[in-house]
Design a protein around this ligand. Structure first.
Ligand SMILES: [Zn+2]
Length: 381
């Protein structure tokens, strides 16, 4: 993009744009795009600026119920490498030290010559990003765990932590298919069920970042009892584990694994596919409530079946259309997450950090121990 276009879009003066661009070039965030220079006429050619994807990588960690995912993203949010590691135990100390042990080896083996300049961590449940604390993660049984401080010390890096529904909403805002929309909601359905609310391009947090806690919405099945002793809660009904047990009870799989169920569905097992369709309809109930409460421009859904099977997305849309009072056209306003089955969790962690960098680019200079002007640490060695 030409600097004068930047000036027009931001309302900054040409001098201010020149100054900011110089700072951002020095930080390795943008570069002069010589290849796109506009020549012709007399005088100096106009050289546009572009995001510099060759200077910095951002590390990412996603912590799930059964495994953690390590990843590296470039500044455009593109996945450069990722690795999934099963948990040996789910106690917080065991998981966090396993991540800290594995991360340097991942960098060494997969990112030849690169050092991630900062690390973002995404995890389900109630997360307070200000404090870097996981306040509550029901399926892992974590409560008040200082993930940011613990991993920051162990990795010797700047570490930011956020809820994965919010992290992926930020990724959608920066790089996803809904980036043209300022207002959207995101539902993440895994072993925990969370939502994120984006208004005016900013995620809504509320006190202690408790917003998006939809696990106990009473839209699940009446006979299902949650960990708090309520009946009919959303998460207890649709979580990965609940649905995997349903597949075993129905005789579709022999062990309670949603991945195994997806494998059956991919292989053409009609009953497995039907079970995913049922889940999509159940998610549609919660989605319809979110629609009427928030009236977002778009609702993004991240769930294995919806990401993988077009008819699951259709089933979810039909349910939202049948139940929501304000959703005018589900075809355009209910969509699947942008990052696909394989990359979604890998993208989540790094997006926490990328969101901070895009909101406050000069913070990268602080992270890397330098203030502008200067060359930041990290990047290619
Ligand atoms: Zn409940």
């Amino acid at each position: 993009m030409a600097r004068r276009t930047v000036a027009r879009l931001t309302g900054l003066s040409a001098a201010a744009v020149t100054r900011h661009c110089r700072d951002l070039v020095e930080l390795g965030l943008i570069r002069e795009a010589e290849e796109a220079a506009v020549r012709g006429g007399m005088g100096r050619p106009h050289v546009p600026v572009d995001i510099d994807v060759d200077r910095h990588l951002i590390g990412g960690v996603h912590i799930a119920h059964e495994h953690f995912t390590l990843a590296a993203l470039d500044l455009r949010g593109r996945l450069r490498a990722s690795e999934r590691v099963p948990h040996e135990g789910t106690a917080p100390d065991a998981v966090l030290s396993a991540i800290a042990d594995r991360f340097p080896a991942f960098v060494e083996a997969r990112l030849s010559g690169w050092t991630p300049v900062a690390v973002g961590v995404a995890v389900g449940g109630w997360v307070d990003p200000q404090q870097g604390i996981v306040i509550e993660h029901t399926s892992l049984g974590w409560r008040d765990i200082p993930v940011g401080e613990t991993l920051g010390r162990a990795l010797g890096a700047s570490v930011r932590v956020d809820n994965h529904a919010r992290a992926l909403a930020c990724a959608e805002r920066m790089f996803g298919n809904v980036r043209a929309h300022g207002s959207f909601a995101h539902i993440f359905v895994g072993n925990v069920v969370d939502a994120a609310i984006m208004t005016g391009g900013v995620p809504h947090h509320g006190p202690r970042s408790g917003a998006g806690e939809i696990a106990h919405l009473p839209v699940g099945e009446a006979g299902v009892r949650c960990s708090r002793g309520h009946y009919g809660c959303f998460e207890a009904t649709v979580s990965d584990r609940a649905w995997a047990h349903r597949a075993v009870a129905d005789g579709i799989t022999t062990r309670p694994s949603l991945t195994a169920l997806a494998g059956r569905a991919m292989a053409g097992d009609r009953r497995a596919r039907e079970l995913f369709l049922d889940r999509a309809r159940m998610i549609g109930r919660g989605a319809a409530v979110l629609f009427d409460v928030l009236n977002p421009e778009v609702l993004v859904v991240t769930e294995l079946g919806v990401l993988q099977f077009a008819d699951c997305l259709e089933a979810l849309r039909d349910e939202v259309a049948a139940r929501s009072n304000v959703c005018a056209d589900t075809r355009t306003s209910v969509v699947a997450g942008s990052f696909g089955v394989d990359a979604t969790l890998a993208v989540a962690g790094g997006s926490v950090e990328l969101d901070a960098i895009y909101r406050s680019p000069l913070s990268l200079g602080v992270v890397s121990g330098r203030t502008v002007p200067g060359v930041p640490l990290g990047g290619r060695t």
